[in-house]
Design a protein around this ligand. Structure first.
Ligand code: PMT
Length: 410
């Protein structure tokens, strides 16, 4: 499930290869999604692919002429790949995988890939026995040696009626992988720890204290860091979001569980970002049975939870970058700066929780980035673009911190 569209694919030129599998109908939906995100998609079909879905379908969905004949003129097998940002082949049949592995060039798709110097992303789809056959496995290994990225097929019910590996991967996984191929890998050296979502503080078996955090901001930070090459660990409170592909997720419920998970993971991280909305209080005593209605309102005695960010600020490595968030309803900059100093963070990301399009649950956010020396308010952006801007700032801060401490270059 994709939380919100980003502009990361806007203007990107994608050569979309389709080969002859029943999964070609799914590729039509993918071309439509890419076009909606304003990518410029040119579809190249193998002859077999046109037996499953017509070129007219892909022409209508991409808004561009579909190519499939290497002899159609214009040296298309050279011209097409020369101008693209990436090649995406989905579905890739066993036959197409073999042809690419052996460097065949007698149809437009294989010739274009051979002439291409942009990243190549291949999504195999076939019967399980064909997929696991040593010939196919050897061909896929060859393609990996070429530096092509293979998005592994999923397991499940196949078109032939069998169950097993061979189903075309999910679009969200493929899209994430494509964005990773297109993103600048400026976080490849980073071990990133992110907290996201709310915590739940149980009162009795039926009730808990919590807040409106959906996890979208923290999950956007995890997704974008992964795309930029970071190794990402995400400590998540209870949310309704799919974990971003390729991210290690630790699920927690209470503030105490989150504190314990953070203390286990923080030492290894070069960057820690605390985007979670951690409850400051929990019930002083958990009622083992549901609290019954009585004639008088029950009193709720609370106990303080640990301040995880403040604890990180006291115990971190000097070269580690510590980023906190501040959920404010007024005095945004003053409160953000107070928290920056009080918690010894390097950067505080302040967001307004009263705004309709900012803070809790929104797909967008407008934040102010506060450091010791600066305060920079960004425009209203998607949470993914906000996350990318936070990483831009983090990389700059990490670099200057490491220059100051004389440790290795970022
Ligand atoms: O999840 P979404 O729906 O996308 O909403 C995003 C968000 C509004 C939750 C997010 O952008 C945000 O502001 N997260 C921080 C919320 C919060 O707890 O802010 P705070 O000002 O109360 O806490 C300040 C900092 O201390 C935060 O980094 C928080 O993670 C941390 N903290 C707070 C309390 C506590 N006991 N331990 C902590 O570590």
């Amino acid at each position: 499930m994709i939380i919100e569209q980003t502009t990361l694919l806007r203007g990107k030129k994608i050569l979309f290869g389709v080969s002859g599998s029943i999964a070609a109908f799914k590729a039509a939906g993918w071309v439509s999604s890419l076009t909606k995100e304003e990518a410029q998609v040119t579809v190249v079909m193998t002859a077999a692919a046109t037996r499953f879905v017509t070129p007219l379908t892909f022409a209508a969905l991409s808004g561009n002429e579909v190519q499939s004949d290497i002899f159609a003129g214009g040296m298309a097998h050279i011209a097409l790949p020369a101008a693209v940002d990436a090649v995406l082949i989905a579905p890739a049949t066993a036959q197409t995988v073999a042809r690419l592995a052996y460097g065949f060039a007698d149809d437009l798709l294989s010739a274009a890939v051979l002439a291409c110097s942009s990243p190549v992303l291949i999504c195999p789809a076939m019967n399980s026995k064909m997929l696991t056959h040593p010939a196919t496995q050897r061909n896929l290994a060859t393609l990996r040696e070429f530096g092509y990225t293979i998005v592994e097929p999923e397991s499940g019910r196949l078109a032939c009626g069998e169950e097993g590996a061979g189903r075309l991967a999910a679009w969200d996984t493929v899209r994430e992988t494509l964005l990773g191929l297109l993103a600048t890998q400026d976080m490849a050296e980073q071990q990133v720890l992110i907290t996201a979502g709310p915590t739940r503080e149980p009162l009795d078996p039926a009730r808990f204290l919590s807040n409106r955090s959906s996890g979208k901001m923290g999950y956007a930070l995890a997704r974008t860091a992964k795309r930029r090459g970071a190794a990402v660990t995400l400590i998540s409170g209870p949310v309704a979001l799919e974990p971003p592909p390729g991210v290690a997720v630790i699920h927690v419920e209470t503030a105490l569980e989150m504190a314990e998970a953070v203390s286990r993971s923080a030492a290894a991280a070069s960057i820690v970002v605390k985007a979670a909305a951690v409850a400051d209080f929990r019930a002083a005593a958990f009622s083992a049975h549901k609290i019954k209605k009585t004639v008088t309102e029950p009193l709720l005695e609370l106990a303080a939870n640990p301040d995880i960010l403040a604890s990180l600020g006291r115990n971190r490595r000097p070269d580690q970058l510590l980023i906190g968030f501040a959920a404010e309803s007024d005095s945004h900059e003053a409160e953000g700066r107070r928290k920056l100093l009080a918690k010894k963070a390097d950067l505080i990301v302040v967001n307004d929780i009263l705004g309709k399009n900012t803070g809790f649950e929104a797909d967008t956010n407008q934040v102010t980035l506060i450091t010791l020396e600066t305060a920079e308010t960004l425009e209203l952006l998607s949470k993914e673009e906000t996350a990318d801007r936070i990483w831009d700032k983090a990389i700059t801060l990490l670099h200057s911190k490491r220059m100051k401490h004389g440790t290795e270059q970022v």
